[in-house]
Design a protein around this ligand. Structure first.
Ligand code: GLN
Length: 477
């Protein structure tokens, strides 16, 4: 509140302000902040307050943002539903019996419910895009290397990226501008100029070649999702884009490849939680049992499963057969994408094969849970930028459209997303739990609640009908 008041005072005085002056931002709790604990949704970090801010947090503060809190997540970002948090699950603001997606489910739900206008998430295999899709918001995973990971608690270092979760592509551009850039403390951060993302928004999609891969529309894709995503592709075509068939034959190997690489990297990254250096320390009589007891009590079941899988895949005798083979498969997946990008500027596919599922539905079946990321994981393996934007609803539950770009071509990704938003306005729909659309504001019919600032109150007849029906009194929980 103090920081916010300080910006208000400066605003009242007039003059130049930094780009995010006074903007409240929620931050996924896997990103280090000196003024809040950082838990990673785990008991093992109990009581740990980072001694430094992550690079992205420093950048946000310098740009005037006010960090208002940390958001819930699957423990160490491992999961697709935010049910793997030591602090209990987060619920989907569109239907509280459903999951918000994960692992950045807290950030997605917070933005969807207008608890924060924008948030940071992280995406190792889909954790920005999948929850964004499930909660009806925009989520951008930048190219690997575009945003520094300094101060991001590592899950799988060759895949992790930080990115914005917002209500519009324009807001994502605004945030990415602040987050992107070279940071000497993360040797994987790219030493490339940062384009002006906001300026790239308005070019439209005329003449843009958008690839459609049959492999991404096969078995397991829910009919409503297929319909919404195909309709979205035709909307873009109508705006002047050219739809081109492309082939991504190896993406069916992406899921097993990812679960070998991500677990292997996680097993080494998580070795540091030993009861000595961070957070929790179990009482014990000797050093070795202190290590094992701390890890037994501190980690949840999914994290333990992954450490075991990763340790196995890296062990002598299995390394060549599993880890090394997965690395080779990863190269093939990347090659498929780069090959397709010789003919197209973007690739379009669903964000997730289904709409948000019910809480508890997949917790007992990890393989089913892993399948929730079947369309997002290949993008991480290839290191590409990808965005999820709202493209429709099925039974009142949001559906996400995924647009994937060439390495470091976030401008084209954002431009197409923005053009789509202008044509459809799915992104202005707000869930019943949206704090910003409380009646009577929504009943007036002229309200701009939930709309991005400065947007004309323009709605299709169908959307107006939907809006009116949403204004009916609802049971709130
Ligand atoms: N759901 C995937 C997993 O569990 C991806 C998670 C992520 O992107 N952090 O690994």
């Amino acid at each position: 509140m103090q920081t916010a008041r300080a910006w208000d005072t400066r605003y009242a005085r007039g003059g130049n302000l930094p780009p995010l002056a006074g903007l409240p931002v929620a931050v996924k709790d896997v990103i280090c902040t000196t003024d809040f604990p950082t838990t990673c949704g785990s008991r093992i970090l109990d009581g740990w307050v980072p001694p430094y801010d992550a690079y992205v947090v420093t950048r946000l503060r310098e740009a005037g943002a006010v960090i208002i809190g940390k958001t819930n997540m699957d423990e160490f970002a491992m999961g697709s539903s935010t049910e793997n948090s030591a602090f209990g699950p987060t619920r989907n603001p569109w239907d509280v019996s459903r999951v918000p997606g994960g692992s950045s489910g807290g950030s997605a739900a917070a933005v969807a419910a207008s608890l924060a206008p924008v948030a940071l998430g992280t995406d190792t295999g889909g954790s920005i895009r999948q929850p964004a899709g499930f909660c009806g918001i925009v989520g951008l995973k930048p190219t690997y290397g575009r945003v520094s990971r300094y101060g991001l608690v590592a899950f799988a270092s060759s895949l992790d990226q930080i990115g914005p979760m917002t209500k519009t592509a324009g807001d994502a551009a605004l945030l990415l501008q602040v987050l992107a850039g070279r940071d000497v403390r993360d040797s994987t951060s790219a030493d490339l100029p940062v384009p002006l993302y906001k300026e790239a928004l308005n070019g439209g999609v005329r003449k843009l070649r958008i690839g459609i891969a049959a492999e991404a529309f096969g078995e397991g894709l829910q009919a409503d999702v297929r319909h919404a995503v195909s309709t979205a592709s035709r909307v873009l075509e109508k705006q002047g884009a050219e739809l081109v068939d492309v082939s991504l034959p190896t993406i069916s190997y992406a899921l097993p490849t990812y679960y070998l690489i991500a677990t292997s990297e996680a097993s080494t990254n998580l070795a540091r939680y030993d009861g000595v250096r961070y957070g929790l320390r179990a009482a014990s009589t000797d050093l070795y049992s202190m290590y094992t007891k701390t890890r037994r009590e501190g980690f949840g079941p999914e994290v333990k499963r992954r450490i075991m899988l990763g340790t196995y895949a890296l062990s002598a005798g299995y390394y060549e057969g599993f880890f090394l083979k997965a690395q080779r498969a990863r190269t093939l997946v990347r090659r498929d994408f780069l090959h397709a990008f010789e003919r197209v500027d973007l690739i379009l596919m669903p964000t997730s094969p289904t709409v948000p599922f019910r809480l508890g539905e997949k917790v007992e079946d990890p393989l089913q849970m892993y399948l929730a990321d079947v369309y997002t994981i290949p993008v991480n393996l290839a290191g590409l930028p990808g965005i999820s934007i709202p493209c429709g609803f099925a039974d009142g539950l949001p559906i996400g459209l995924q647009l994937i770009g060439r390495p470091f071509d976030e401008p084209t990704v954002l431009r197409a997303a923005h053009a789509y938003e202008q044509a459809t306005q799915w992104h202005v729909r707000r869930p019943p739990l949206d704090g910003a659309t409380k009646p009577p504001a929504t009943r007036s019919g002229t309200s701009s609640a939930g709309k991005p600032p400065g947007k004309p109150a323009r709605r299709s007849a169908k959307q107006s009908r939907a809006k009116r029906s949403r204004a009916k009194p609802r049971r709130r929980s």
